[in-house]
Design a binder for this molecule. Sequence first.
Ligand code: SF4
Length: 211
Amino acid sequence: MTRKEKATAIAGILDELYPEVPIPLDHQDPYTLLVAVILSAQCTDVRVNQVTPLLFERADTPYAMLELSVEEIEEIIRPCGLAPSKAKGIYNTSRILVDEYGGQVPDQFEDLHKLPSVGRKTANVVLSQAFGVPAFPVDTHIHRLAYRWGLSNGKNPDKTEQDLTKVFPREDWNKLHLQIIYFGREYCPARGHDPATCPICSKYGVKRRMK
Ligand code: SF4
């Protein structure tokens, strides 16, 4: 079985398991999604969704965010962890959006990626989930599963993104990255389980150990 054939089979299983893929982070528009994704670094989506209503009540546009001080933002977002750097990132990003983009979130990867606190994954999440542009954001879970399923060599997340975008059709990327995240959350305990019970590994016989 080629890597592409395996990818097609896995996509079929994911489609059966997750015909609907709601976006996990609550948001109203590209700006609030961008802020939510920044907050989600090393934090659960559930926790982010508890905190963002409080933050967006005070500021749900970059203009309003600049009315707050970095310290005020930090205070509100503290439950998400890494609050000092995330608060600075949200403030500085809002400043650039106001100064250079008329208060709008840009819809080009290069522009997004230049913003403070916006790495490759965050830029791809915003492109995909806010603008519907085909992208394959790779977080640590997708990175590990792609390796486990033999769809990538697991070298680093950038390589995984390249490999996944080669084996899955472009029109399915936005759906698939969410399906893999949902699958990982539901089926993949961190350690100590039998791959024979896994709906994907049991069928496709990936024998490699998790990295
Ligand atoms: S074997 Fe376990 S960790 Fe690997 S994909 Fe299946 S459920 Fe997830």
